[in-house]
Design a protein around this ligand. Structure first.
Ligand code: DX5
Ligand code: ZN
Length: 218
């Protein structure tokens, strides 16, 4: 649909020229920029932190969608806010006080998101729905790009869409999104699709444009 947003994950881009990659993917039609922060503790991989995000901030006006795969997250929320994140998403599994983390993000003036690992039931969202601006459904186990989409997450997405009701909450999908899997989750109610390898394959702005259009058209 026209309201569907594509959020390329720069995890799949060339880290030696991140600023250029961000500008290229924006030129190619990206709606948001998805920033995957990994700590080698909550997930078995390490990426980048707030200083890299701050250096990327002048390269585009697009929404910076920061996905924190770190635990604990609370000590770093202010740094990611100051770095220029527009949305800060924490994992429900990353700490014992999700409600507190979400309040802290909003108190920093940012939109607050919750991400759920594939094995985490949607019931964890029940009592925080009114503190949320975004729900991120992981359709792979977090830590790496290029993994296979987990089909059972389509039904989970559908259930979460029902829970959201008429609240103004974005429903985002992350992991294994391709022109084949995108329609499954869009039909289930998702309105933001993260895609890493499916967007950055080809390595040029022309290929990024074709890749984004292929997902949108599907
Ligand atoms: C995985 C990250 C994803 C990842 C998606 O832990 O949260 O954003 O980059 O990559 P693809 O689209 O290649 O599955
Ligand atoms: Zn992500």
């Amino acid at each position: 649909s026209k309201d569907l947003k594509i959020a390329p994950s720069i995890l799949a881009s060339d880290f030696s020229k991140l600023g250029q990659e961000v500008r290229d993917v924006v030129d190619a039609g990206a709606d948001w920029i998805h920033l995957d922060v990994m700590d080698g503790h909550f997930v078995p991989n390490i990426t980048f932190g707030p200083d890299v995000i701050a250096k990327l901030r002048p390269h585009t006006d697009k929404v910076f969608d920061t996905h924190l795969m770190i635990a604990p997250c609370d000590p770093y929320l202010e740094a990611f806010a100051k770095a220029g994140s527009d949305i800060i998403t924490v994992h429900a599994e990353a700490g014992p006080h999700l409600d507190r983390s979400l309040q802290a993000i909003r108190n920093l003036g940012k939109k607050a998101g919750v991400s759920l690992n594939p094995s985490t039931p949607e019931s964890v969202l029940e009592y925080v729905l009114d503190r949320l601006d975004l729900i991120l459904v992981m359709t792979v186990n977090p830590g790496f790009g290029g993994q296979k989409f987990i089909d059972a997450m389509v039904e989970k997405t559908r259930r979460i869409k029902q829970m959201i009701g008429d609240r103004p909450i974005d429903l985002e999908i992350d992991g294994g999104v391709t022109p084949e899997t995108a329609p499954l989750v869009a039909n289930a109610g998702a309105n933001v699709l993260v895609a890493g390898s499916a967007v950055f394959k080809g390595g040029s702005v022309e290929s990024y444009r074709g890749n984004i259009e292929a997902i949108r058209a599907s």
